[in-house]
Ligand binder design. Structure first.
Ligand code: NAP
Length: 285
């Protein structure tokens, strides 16, 4: 049996089209576009690529992007002043600070300064706390995209055994909490987990966010499982996931490809989050 491919690219296009429709309604109602400020400091090549693809997608979602590109030698004080200016600007709905910031910058302080209601990356302790409490609000983009990918299979999450490999603050922990909120029975595995395959072989839903090329093999996967591969590993000019696709697709019921799975969904959820932030801010006034 060959797994059904979960097409993250197609799903992301659907989400962006829906966001575009709703942001056009927002524009008609409020006589301005939903807007996203993207802050990039320095010349990191990978960051430039990520930022330009995010900016490109804002146009498809009828969201205005405000590019705040600052030189590598920008001081902590100047960057803090910029964040404050964006926080205070009533026409800006979302602020995204592209990481990593240059080494001389206190990244945690900068990210922590972004106004909670404009924090579309949703990494702040308030947003994370809301996920933990099951309160509706902004959810960080990659975990939110993963849940959409799982739901797109049409399978129910409730009652399933879900295993998340990886406990990062940006993927593993929040996605585990979101799966719990959907009433899955959740196990979080990490580098100290003994006998990992004992868990993976029992997983109806397997989310892998480890950052190691083809770490999970087909033999570790339960027949018919939903497999979400978060990993992006560059090797000899090619992209690989954390799951060995060739062997996994013979076991899984559904699987995300790399590229074309989680990646495009992260950007689509950023657009959806920016629109949500705009609406939440207006309803709170
Ligand atoms: P991370 O912060 O490096 O965390 C990796 C996790 O994997 C850690 O919790 C670590 O355990 C665990 N781990 C490492 N070796 C392991 C092993 N042998 N067995 C079990 N667990 C092990 O990574 P991340 O930020 O979650 O990112 C993971 C991957 O996803 C990367 O390739 C990244 O580029 C990609 N990513 C993609 C997107 C996207 O939009 N597609 C978004 C975010 C990340 P410990 O905690 O014990 O060290």
């Amino acid at each position: 049996m060959s797994a059904k491919i979960i097409d993250g690219k197609a799903l992301s296009e659907e989400i962006i089209a829906k966001t575009k429709k709703q942001s056009e309604e927002f524009e008609k109602l409020h006589l301005r576009k939903v807007s996203l400020a993207v802050v990039l400091v320095g010349d990191d090549e990978a960051s430039k690529v990520y930022v330009s693809s995010k900016i490109k997608r804002t146009a498809s979602a009828n969201i205005e992007s405000i590019a705040c590109f600052l030189p590598e030698n920008t001081s902590q004080e100047v960057l803090e002043a910029k964040i404050k200016e964006l926080n205070d600007d009533k026409t800006i709905d979302g602020i995204l600070v592209q990481l990593p910031l240059p080494k001389h910058i206190d990244s945690q302080k900068i990210v922590g300064m972004v106004a909670v209601e404009k924090d579309v990356d949703a990494f702040s302790s308030e947003h994370m706390g809301n996920i933990l409490l099951g309160v509706d609000g902004l959810v960080s983009c990659t975990p939110a995209g993963i849940i959409e990918l799982i739901k797109s299979t049409g399978e129910t999450i409730s009652g399933k055994n879900a295993v998340v490999i990886g406990r990062s603050n940006i993927v593993g922990k929040p996605v585990a909490m979101l799966l719990l909120n959907e009433s899955a029975t959740v196990t979080i595995c990490h580098s100290r987990t003994k006998d990992l395959s004992l868990y993976t072989k029992n997983a109806d839903i397997l989310v892998v966010s480890v950052g190691k090329k083809e770490f999970v093999k087909g033999k570790d996967i339960k027949k018919g499982a939903i497999v979400i591969d978060v990993g992006i590993n560059r090797h000899d000019g090619k992209l690989y996931g954390d799951v060995e696709f060739a062997s996994a697709e013979n076991e899984a019921g559904y699987i995300t490809p790399v590229p074309g799975g989680v990646g495009p969904m992260t950007i689509a959820m950023l657009m959806a989050n920016t629109l949500k932030a705009a609406n939440l801010r207006l309803t709170k006034k």
